[in-house]
Every structure is written in structure tokens, then in C-alpha cells.
Design a protein around this ligand. Structure first.
Ligand code: ADE
Length: 476
């Protein structure tokens, strides 16, 4: 991921961002930081970048021209070879106390971009006209005022960069840390066993992983209740929803797992009816007990905001609600699917174990067999280690693969024609199921209605197929 920072003090960030974990990620080529000194772009012969505000008032204002030209230098880098056409519009974050407050959810969403621009202000602010032209997001790190945008930009960059797949050694640590599922992290201990007369809790020395996990959850709950009762209420609410959805587990497994894995947040809710948004995406899922309840949700503030967006997808599992969405809100049916989930706790036998994660180097191979997915999406999945290849051929090339989608369902299954009917799909999916079981998840997939071969595979592996369809609806 590439960060461009427009600043008057590049050294401040340069030094801070090249240390420790981020420094290592830069060396490995997972991150890059591009500092743009706004002063280099001033047309003033004395190097001035600020002036008095019209109408009077305290302090100086950063002028539009140097900021705009510094920004254009970044955009020019993103032009095609002919230098004329803009390849893409970059998300540009202006760090300002007037912005939305930065959160872990926001960090997750921004971490999905391939490039980001940060604009750091100084003095009393920046000429409004240039902000109107270039800024896409106004973000603050909290309700206090600092002398400039460099420190807030570093705070945000650090929080975003560590979520980029591969930056942290252990993907798991981003999942179990504070704020995952609204819970604060449990207490941790290292050697020695006794320090200042304080003993490490007995259970952590037991080697019993199930008991340790239960103890940690209990500690997280207690700690969150005590220190952040606001978060604790959110957690309790989600737990109640999961229990409601669990009454129709096969039908609503996707929503249960999205909540349980901390992969979605509640957009709006009314009693047990709920609209979820998959973290950092335009994918939504709806659970409503009746079309009337669905309508109420969609006409409430979060629902209205969703409907104003373009190019969004919404998953529903009830025929009458699908009709309502099509008739009243103009949704179109994108896909009809049947969900299947693996509700047992026992791992499956994996006949062929020549399986390992694919890497970004396999992108063109995966993309050529995974039509219907954008390359940027497949690249993100590869970086996250979410695509597994099986290597049964002679030339060290994969002979098939499977993956875990961003919103948690298994998919993207492919086996080379000449290697079909040899159990490769069984091995790939069993491996992926076992991996999810280790994390305490319930594996599931969504099968397009005509795909008999995949339905057969799910039955063979012991997944329960929901007999009722789900619809992926599309708007805009
Ligand atoms: N610039 C000055 N104070 C700030 C804050 N709290 N958040 C973001 N940018 C700022």
C-alpha cells in the first residue's frame, strides 16, 4: 500500500514511519511512503506558502496554489504513459479537528485502498477552495487541537498500515486485539512466573487451549464492562442478535458469522430486525421478520443513507422482502444462492496435503480462472493469505485453488481440467474448513443455484444445505 503525504514538515513523518514494524514492511515492499513537501510547489520566490485570511482574523492560512500543485504532482504519477488520462481518483484525507473522529472501523476501511493521500494542515488552516477540489475525507483524531496535521496523520497511517495484509507477522493478532467485536483485549503475562509476589494466572500455565480461550473471553468481558461500558452494551446487543439468527442457522449463517467474526457492523436496527454492512465495503445483509419491518428499517436514517449510495449489494433470505426491495426500491436480482454450513466441531480428513497459501506472484494465474472478480479484490485476498493452492502437478505450479472471501464465505474454487475427479476439491475445502474451525468459526459457503458439482461436494463433506434460497440484490 502506498501513502502520499502532503506536508510542510516531511522529516517529521519520514523518521517516525520508517521505524519498527512499518520500517520492516517498507523494506519488504508491503508499504511505501511518499512525502511531498508543499513548500517545493510554491510559486512565491521567497518560498512563502501562507497568507492572511480575507475578512481578518487570527493567524495565517495555507494558500490554495502550493497545496493544489503538490497534490497534482501525486496525481501526475498516477497518469498513464501518454500522461493525459487520469488512471484513478485517489482517496484524499485532510486531517483536521473538524473531521469525523477516526476509529478502528475507519482504519479497516481505508486499509483496503491501494493508495491514499494525506493532507496535513498548519497555521490556521487551508484555503477552503482547494479543500473543496481535492479532499474526499475529513478526519480528526479526537476533540482537541494540535499544532499541525503531521502527528494525526502519523497516528492514522500507523493504524491503517498495520492492517494491510502481511504487515503484521501474525494475521491473527489484528483479529484478537482491542476493539475486535467491541471487546477490549484480555490481560497478558510473560516470564517470570512470579514477579513482585504476583503470580501469573494458573490457567495460562495449564496448556489447555480451550480453557485458556474461555478465560481470556471472560477477562475481556469483565474488563470491557468495567472500563468501557459503552462498548460492552454494543457487544451484548450483537450477542442477542446472533442468538436470534441462530434459530434459523442454515438460513442466516452469513449474518451470524459476520457478526461473530467482527466483519460487519450494524447500520440500523429495530428490535430484532437489523441491517448489517460488511466492514469497509458496499455489501449489506438484511434480517427482518416481515416486509413491514424491512421497510421500517430502510426508511430509518442508516437505511436511507444506504439507499442513497451507488453500486451496492444487499443479501436477503425472504421472498416477500426480495419482492419489496425490487418493487419499492428498484433493486435488481444479481444472484440466487443456497447457503451451506459446516456445523460440526470435528476437523475433516485432508487426503492430499500439498496445500499452501498462494501469493501475489500467482495473481495472473488466479485472475485467469476466477472471472467475475476484480483484480484488485483478488490481489487483496492473495496478500491476506486467503487463497490456498494445491500442488499435485510436476512443475511446481498450482493445479487448483480455493479461497475465503472478504465477507467470510468460502469460494473461488477451481481445479485444472486434467486434475479433476482426483479429490483435489475435497482436499482444498477440507483444509480451509479445518483452518476456520481452529479459529472457532463456522465455515460456510454460498452456492449458485445451478452448480450441482459444488452442491455435491458440500454434501460429501458433511455441510448442511439450506433448502431456501438467498438473494443477492444489486442497486445502482
Ligand atoms: N490538526 C490539529 N488537530 C487535529 C486533530 N485533533 N485531528 C486531526 N487533525 C488535527
Amino acid at each position: 500500500m502506498k501513502f502520499h503525504v502532503l506536508t510542510l514538515f516531511p522529516e517529521m513523518l519520514e523518521h517516525g514511519l520508517h521505524q519498527s514494524i512499518l520500517g520492516r514492511a517498507v523494506e519488504k515492499g508491503q508499504l511505501s511512503f511518499h512525502m511531498v513537501n508543499i513548500r517545493d510547489y510554491t510559486q512565491d520566490k521567497h518560498g512563502k506558502v501562507d497568507d492572511y485570511p480575507y475578512g481578518g482574523g487570527a493567524g495565517m492560512l495555507m494558500q490554495a496554489q502550493p497545496v493544489y500543485d503538490a497534490y497534482q504532482s501525486v496525481i501526475r504519477e498516477n497518469t498513464d504513459a501518454a500522461g493525459s488520462q487520469m488512471v484513478k481518483k485517489l482517496r484524499t484525507v485532510y486531517v483536521t479537528p473538524q473531521g469525523r473522529t477516526f476509529t478502528q472501523d475507519m482504519a479497516r476501511e481505508l486499509a483496503r485502498e491501494e493508495e491514499l493521500v494525506f493532507l496535513c494542515g498548519h497555521y490556521e488552516g487551508i484555503d477552503e477552495r482547494v479543500l473543496e477540489e481535492i479532499v474526499t475525507d475529513y478526519v480528526s483524531i479526537g476533540d482537541y487541537v494540535l499544532t499541525g496535521g503531521e502527528l494525526p496523520a502519523m497516528v492514522m497511517i500507523d493504524a491503517i498500515a498495520r492492517l494491510v495484509p502481511g504487515v503484521l507477522h501474525n494475521e491473527e493478532s489484528a483479529e484478537t486485539e482491542s476493539f475486535h467485536r467491541h471487546l477490549l483485549e484480555y490481560p497478558q503475562y510473560s516470564r517470570p512466573e512470579v514477579w513482585h509476589g504476583r503470580q501469573v494466572p494458573e490457567v495460562l500455565l495449564s496448556g489447555n487451549h480451550r480453557q485458556i480461550a474461555a478465560w481470556r473471553l471472560e477477562q475481556s468481558l469483565a474488563r470491557t464492562g468495567e472500563r468501557r461500558p459503552d462498548l460492552y452494551l454494543q457487544y451484548q446487543n450483537e450477542q442477542k442478535l446472533i442468538e436470534t439468527l441462530a434459530k434459523q442457522k442454515r438460513k442466516y449463517i452469513h449474518m451470524m458469522e459476520l457478526l461473530a467474526r467482527g466483519r460487519a457492523h450494524i447500520v440500523c436496527q429495530n428490535d430484532r430486525n437489523v441491517l448489517l454492512q460488511v466492514e469497509g465495503s458496499r455489501h449489506y445483509a438484511l434480517y427482518a421478520e416481515s416486509p413491514e419491518a424491512a421497510e421500517l428499517l430502510l426508511e430509518s436514517p442508516g437505511g436511507v443513507e444506504m439507499l442513497q449510495q451507488k453500486q451496492l449489494s444487499l443479501t436477503v433470505c425472504q421472498e416477500r422482502i426480495r419482492e419489496l426491495l425490487q418493487r419499492r426500491y428498484g433493486f435488481e436480482t444479481e444472484r440466487v444462492c443456497f447457503q451451506a454450513c459446516y456445523t460440526r466441531k470435528e476437523p475433516l480428513r485432508v487426503p492430499c496435503r500439498k496445500i499452501r497459501p498462494l501469493t501475489e506472484a500467482d495473481l495472473s494465474y488466479v485472475a485467469s480462472h476466477c472471472r467475475g472478480y476484480e483484480e484488485a479484490y483478488l490481489r487483496r485476498r492473495l496478500r491476506a493469505g486467503a487463497l490456498l493452492g494445491i500442488f499435485t502437478g510436476t512443475e511446481g505450479l498450482p493445479t487448483g485453488f480455493i479461497g475465503l472471501h472478504e465477507d467470510g464465505d468460502m469460494g473461488m474454487l477451481y481445479v485444472e481440467r486434467e486434475y479433476q475427479r482426483q479429490g483435489l476439491a475435497v482436499s482444498l475445502e477440507s483444509w480451509l474448513i479445518n483452518d476456520q474451525l481452529k479459529r472457532g468459526e463456522i465455515p460456510y459457503c454460498q452456492i449458485a443455484e445451478e452448480n450441482d458439482a459444488v452442491v455435491g461436494l458440500q454434501k460429501k463433506l458433511g455441510l448442511y444445505l439450506c433448502q431456501e434460497p438467498m438473494w443477492k440484490l444489486f442497486l445502482g
